[in-house]
Design a protein around this ligand. Structure first.
Ligand code: SF4
Ligand code: FES
Length: 311
């Protein structure tokens, strides 16, 4: 068993006074990226912020989520964090661990605990394109350390989104961006009818090679890890964001979809593909193994080609 300190960046919001609305562009009431800013949410929620340490006994193979659940059960029921499936399927528990966006339930103590000393500060920052995704390669060899070495894991809410409480970020801006790009199939296919003329079944024929073009992208769980890593996204007003673009790419790559032109047109605005700077930090920790930066690059090329055809 290890003794691990969870250093949690906590936050309790101050209730908003009725009739006061903050948010939107700090430079004017009208957003340059569409809309009049009336639907903008505040990214600067006011409240009390502090850092709190919780010491837990954990096995190296426990997840960080297990540790937080133990804290909630045994030490502090007021600590707020979000989770659901507990095994990397729902995407609801993305946070920043040691400064890196990732999922609580798939992050192991073994990979993230490090001695509480500046010598072991996290240098995992942005990954140059082409480096492997495996976070365990940055793990400290816990067995080689003195058993009394104090270990720490730093936790904060997912960056790039307003924090609502403790480790809970408001990912609604990302979900709104995804919705805007119509994340559903718009197929033109033969409508099969029965002998009596009643609708029987829609038939969507597809070759396995065509399925392979979007299958991996369809695994996206909208966790927001890529958005939290993206230095351009930060709130979503200036850039539609990698998660929404991945959803759009998924349908652009789908041979059954008949709305490609509209999908490409939706990405032609200043907050669309042109806002992506190809930093590729989004590829770093996608829990579904999607090379987000590369997929975005492929989509940017399609948008540029569609723009050229229009000129
Ligand atoms: S692309 Fe990956 S990191 Fe981004 S939202 Fe989807 S699953 Fe999460
Ligand atoms: S709890 Fe569902 S992905 Fe982590």
């Amino acid at each position: 068993m290890l003794s691990v300190t969870l250093r949690v960046a906590r936050f309790t919001p101050k209730p908003e006074r009725p009739g006061r609305r903050r948010g939107g562009s700090p430079f004017g009431s009208k957003s340059p990226f569409g809309g009049d800013g009336s639907e903008a949410r505040s990214n600067r929620v006011r409240g009390k912020r502090w850092s709190q340490d919780y010491i837990v006994r954990a096995h190296a193979d426990d997840s960080v989520l297990d540790c937080l659940l133990a804290v909630k059960r045994e030490q502090d029921p007021s600590l707020a964090f979000r989770y659901s499936c507990g095994h990397g399927m729902c995407g609801s528990d993305a946070v920043s661990i040691n400064g890196t966006p990732t999922l609580l339930c798939t992050a192991k103590v073994r990979d993230w605990a490090r001695p509480d000393s500046p010598e072991y500060a996290n240098e995992d920052g942005f990954r140059p394109t082409g480096e492997p995704l495996d976070s365990s390669e940055h793990a400290i060899d816990l067995d080689a350390l003195d058993p009394d070495t104090p270990l720490v894991i730093e936790l904060a809410a997912l960056p790039g989104f307003p924090t609502r409480r403790d480790l809970i970020a408001d990912i609604d801006p990302m979900l709104d961006q995804i919705r805007k790009l119509k994340p559903y199939l718009e197929a033109k296919n033969e409508l099969k009818t029965t002998a009596e003329g009643k609708v029987n079944v829609f038939e969507y024929l597809q070759h396995p090679d065509e399925l392979a073009r979007y299958e991996l992208l369809s695994n996206c769980i909208a966790c927001g890890v890529c958005e939290g890593s993206c230095p351009v996204y930060a709130g979503g007003e200036a850039f539609v964001g990698p998660a929404a673009m991945i959803m759009s790419s998924r349908f652009l790559n789908d041979s059954r979809d008949a709305a490609s032109q509209a999908r490409l047109a939706a990405l032609m605005g200043p907050d669309g593909s042109a806002a992506c700077q190809s930093v590729r930090a989004c590829s770093m920790h996608c829990p579904k193994g999607i090379d987000v930066g590369e997929e975005l690059w492929q989509t940017i090329q399609k948008v540029d080609a569609a723009k050229a055809r229009l000129q």
